[in-house]
Design a protein around this ligand. Structure first.
Ligand SMILES: *Cc1c(COP(=O)(O)O)cnc(C)c1O
Length: 410
């Protein structure tokens, strides 16, 4: 009986419409269902620029100019224009950028280099690799960036350079840094791996891009960075012609004239395919920063005035490009919050759980637990939420609602 009924419907001349409605229904359901939330959604971002990217990649493959092809020069020129800097030296990754920058300056074994203990390991790693002496200082609780007073106290006659890290996407107080550097005759090597595109704003309103203020600046094109390629990549920036020439030689085996090696260098190149991808993504970098800021504003609004959450602050002298959106939690178990969010299919990360002075590799009798109270508090209590260019309001609401549910019922 039932079967004949269905059979009747199916044989009905409306069959065509039923099928059509069914397909339409499935399409709508597919759109209504929320996209799985990612910490960084590279797939959705790629899908929007797929045609341009695919074409550019195929062009490089067909040209077979894989190394130092025209795309590398094109991207370098475009990035110089975007940053308003005289020289961009592309290289293989952000860690190499830092290492090469330090190799290009005349630093000697034992020279002291000041940076923060609340950073990604690469900053400290390259200092140690070059047998320079890392001198660690604490950060400001408001900005997660180097504490200027602590920096001043750390300067000794052996200090040769400062490495300000523009952490999570906002600039360090560069005017103060440059004044201190000038007074003590120090190099400034900016670690702008997380802050490409951010502006430092002077009191008169003039702006400079992160990484272009110190003697040399470094960035990373790691896929999840704000300007990410589809593999590894990095770049060094400088306005100094002489230093630029040296850095160009350092990334190329210390070679100025072909097969004449003037000093010990490294092999650190940006692939042509990556450069072609970056040239396209650079066009969207400012729009990407707007999308990140929109997501950050949503979070800020959702969490404001919550006694258990401190939302990130942006200093008056900088724009923020929100490489990370990082909350400080108060009086809750941060790790339980992370577990709870993960159980709701919300990724959340701890940047960073262990400060540099507490790492086994950088264990140093000069430092002990308790020496850097702000950093140590942050390592215990920060949590970073999904932050990328493709977050929509539904996802942001889902993340915020769940986070608040945990926090408010703690
Ligand atoms: C990512 C990052 C680096 C290193 O960049 P890679 O391209 O991964 O080598 C260095 N410093 C900071 C602050 C970073 O975030």
């Amino acid at each position: 009986m039932r079967f004949t009924f269905i059979k009747n419907i199916m044989s009905n001349k409306n069959q065509k419409y039923i099928t059509l409605y069914l397909i339409l229904f499935l399409i709508i359901i597919n759109f209504i269902e929320m996209q799985k939330i990612q910490m960084v959604d590279l797939k959705s971002q790629y899908n929007k620029i797929k045609k341009e990217i695919d074409e550019a990649v195929i062009n490089v493959i067909e040209s077979t100019a894989f190394i130092n092809g025209p795309e590398v020069k094109n991207f370098k020129t475009e990035l110089e224009r975007y940053l308003g800097v005289k020289h961009v030296i592309p290289c293989a990754n952000g860690t190499d950028a830092l290492q090469v920058a330090m190799m290009g300056l005349d630093l000697k074994e034992g020279d002291e280099i000041i940076t923060t203990t609340f950073t990604f390991v690469a900053t400290v790693e390259v200092i140690a690799l070059l047998k320079l002496t890392p001198v660690l200082v604490d950060v400001d609780v408001d900005t997660f960036n180097i504490n200027i007073e602590a920096l001043k106290r750390a300067i000794t006659p052996r200090t040769k350079a400062i490495v300000p890290v523009h952490l999570f996407g906002q600039c360090v107080a560069m005017k103060e840094i440059m004044a201190i550097a000038e007074e003590h005759n120090l190099y400034v090597i900016e670690d702008a791996c997380q802050a490409i595109g951010a502006d430092y704003i002077y009191e008169d309103g003039t702006r400079k891009k992160a990484g272009t203020i110190g003697h040399v600046g470094c960035t990373s094109f790691f896929p999840s960075k704000n300007l990410g390629c589809y593999g590894d990549g990095g770049a060094i920036f400088t306005n100094n012609d002489e230093l630029a020439a040296k850095l160009r030689a350092v990334v190329n085996h210390g070679m100025v004239v072909r097969y004449y090696h003037d000093f010990v260098g490294v092999n650190s190149r940006l692939d042509s395919i990556q450069a072609a991808i970056l040239k396209i993504k650079l066009k969207y970098l400012d729009a990407y920063a707007v999308a990140r800021n929109k997501a950050a504003s949503y979070y800020n609004e959702a969490f404001k005035n919550n006694p258990r959450l401190i939302t990130p602050k942006t200093a008056s002298y900088t724009t923020h490009v929100f490489h990370q959106y990082t909350l400080i939690t108060k009086n809750i178990d941060r790790n339980k919050l992370q577990e709870f969010l993960n159980s709701k299919d919300i990724p959340a990360m701890i940047y960073y759980p262990v400060a540099m002075h507490m790492q086994k590799a950088y264990n140093d009798p000069r430092y002990k637990e308790g020496d850097f109270p702000v950093t140590e508090m942050l390592c215990r209590s920060v949590i970073s939420l999904p932050m990328h260019t493709e977050l929509d309001e539904e996802q942001l609401k889902y993340i915020s609602d769940n986070l608040l549910e945990f926090v408010n019922n703690y």
